[in-house]
Design a protein around this ligand. Structure first.
Ligand code: NAD
Ligand code: UFG
Length: 349
């Protein structure tokens, strides 16, 4: 019998939300670790083009199951038809403002969908999970850098769904000592695959800073509104921990590979660089990387914003052997490559 040695440890992984921004980049990194990837996504916030392009970049096939996690029966059927060694769970709605206006949709989709997923995993003996959580669970932290033991205090319905999902996973691990999970709290994911083939493609007006900057630079929007110039920070604008999406994607492969060999009863890990960057610092880095001007005006603070949040990422280094390697210049250069090659996002694919 011939065994291809680098395939020996391959796992079959179900990636929910794998057609989305972070999911599509992560499928490539999971494939690079020799895992077999099957995507479950209802495409409510993604294009099938992202999957086709990610497959091309990874030089492998990712089967896309167009399934909605809110459909419990369909989710069970997915696990009935084939056996998965692990799940990476990205699928969720993520717009803070929309969650304030439509809270029940967020609880239904994010919490309800996760219940169906966990039930199906339990029923079919799939006991390894990597989960997408968010630094939003820290709310307005008492001090920075923020480590995983900081108090959890969510301030909006989206954040509450993330905390509820974390709690559900912690309780699932407590009820079943064999269930193993790593909960990843992302700080501010930005950037794109260095090929410029896949990236963030928000629908409507972007809520987040980097996609807004990109759309101003490419001429889709006139001017960036900087929310507040009087924060107690280095230059008066908000400070965040921006992390390159490829670094973030790599962390999922590290987490999966860790779960293959070690048991984790709901270990939470921050994913950030540990560096705070202000809005104006990011604007300047983007102008440098793109060669384009990004006109901006300072306007009133945005409700619910905080001055300064950045991670203490040490635990991720200790537990899964991961650290960010890409700086703000690469984040901006790669975001711009994606935006300039795809000015209207995947629509022009
Ligand atoms: P995204 O919207 O690009 O990806 C989410 C994917 O999930 C989409 O492809 C969407 O179609 C799918 N989906 C949503 N509900 C579904 C359902 N009921 N059934 C099946 N598929 C469904 O978002 P993203 O930025 O890639 O975020 C991925 C995860 O990371 C989310 O859980 C998000 O909350 C979390 N997160 C994101 C950020 C960020 O700034 N992007 C920060 C912290 C945490
Ligand atoms: N900002 C602007 N103008 C904009 C958009 C943002 O000045 O048009 C500023 C904000 O005030 C903030 C910084 O840019 O100071 C970053 O804002 P983002 O909206 O990009 O990111 P947030 O840190 O507010 O929130 C994001 C996600 C949350 C998630 C959090 C931590 O939207 O869901 O990161 O992961 F919880």
């Amino acid at each position: 019998m011939t065994i291809i040695s680098n395939k020996i440890n391959a796992m079959k992984i179900l990636v929910t939300g794998g057609a989305g921004y972070i999911g599509s980049h992560s499928c490539i990194e999971l494939a690079a670790s020799n895992h077999q990837v099957v995507i479950l996504d209802n495409l409510c916030n993604a294009s099938p083009f992202s999957v086709a392009r990610a497959e091309k970049l990874a030089e492998t096939r990712f089967r896309l199951l167009q399934v909605d996690l809110r459909d419990a029966q369909a989710v069970h059927q997915v696990f009935e038809r084939e056996r998965f060694d692990a799940v990476v769970h990205f699928a969720a709605l993520k717009a803070v403002g929309e969650s304030v206006e439509q809270p029940l949709d967020y609880f239904d989709n994010n919490v309800g969908g996760s219940i169906h997923l966990l039930q199906a995993m339990r029923a079919h003996g799939c006991k390894r999970l990597v989960f997408s959580s968010s630094a939003t669970v820290y709310g307005n932290p008492d001090s920075v850098p923020v480590n995983e033991d900081a108090p959890l205090r969510v301030t909006n319905p989206y954040g509450r769904t993330k905390l509820m999902m974390e709690d559900m996973i912690r309780d699932t691990c407590a009820a079943d000592p064999e269930f193993s999970a790593i909960l990843l709290r992302y700080f501010n994911p930005v950037g794109a695959h260095p090929s410029g083939e896949i990236g963030e493609d928000p629908r409507g007006i972007p809520n987040n800073l980097m996609p807004y900057i990109c759309q101003v630079a490419v001429g889709r929007r006139e001017c960036l509104s900087v929310f507040g110039g009087d924060w107690p920070t280095v230059d008066g604008t908000g400070v965040r921990d921006y992390i390159h999406v490829v670094d973030l994607a790599r962390a999922h492969a590290h987490a999966i590979n860790t779960l293959e060999h070690a048991h984790h009863a709901a270990t939470t890990l921050n994913l950030g660089t540990g560096q705070g960057v202000s809005v104006l610092q990011l604007v300047r880095a983007f102008e440098q990387a793109s060669g384009r001007k990004v006109p901006y005006e300072i306007v009133a603070r945005r409700a619910g914003d905080v001055a300064e949040v950045y991670a203490d990422p040490q635990r991720a280094r200790d537990v899964i052997g991961w650290q960010a390697t890409r700086g703000v210049d690469a984040m901006c250069a790669d975001a711009w490559r994606w935006q300039s090659q795809n000015p209207d996002g995947y629509i022009s694919a």
